[in-house]
Design a protein around this ligand. Structure first.
Ligand SMILES: [Zn+2]
Length: 123
């Protein structure tokens, strides 16, 4: 299951970020997962539970933000959510599209004990 390999990479990124951030315990790992990344979020959570003990992320929580598919028109450069590009570019009518979002799999940010929660977030 490739979520295990993804999580191994993700935890390596978290380890590095936590060390650079002062070495405090990781509270939250916020990941951005593209709608079309081919990642099963449940499997990813399971991999996090299985692999995080013993790493900087032990005891932390995995948050997954699903990023919707975005397309860009190669003719005029317009981009937007896929719902606006059902058959052709809404701006110029071209059907020459590329995917510019929705396939990512990345760590957006982590929160550790060293840092105060994001200002103004209210949580
Ligand atoms: Zn266009």
């Amino acid at each position: 299951m490739h979520e295990t390999a993804l999580m191994t990479n993700l935890l390596a990124i978290v380890e590095r970020a936590a060390r650079d951030g002062g070495g405090g315990a990781v509270r939250v790992v916020h990941a951005r997962i593209g709608e079309f990344a081919g990642v099963n979020v449940d499997a990813l959570r399971f991999a996090f539970e299985a692999l995080s003990p013993g790493t900087a992320a032990a005891g932390g929580r995995l948050e997954c933000e699903i990023v919707p598919l975005r397309l860009r028109c190669r003719s005029c450069g317009a981009d937007g959510p896929s719902s606006e590009f059902v058959l052709a570019c809404g701006a110029c009518g071209s059907t020459d599209m590329e995917i510019v979002g929705g396939r990512e799999m990345e760590v957006d940010y982590i929160l550790t004990d060293d840092e105060p929660p994001e200002s103004g977030a209210g949580r």
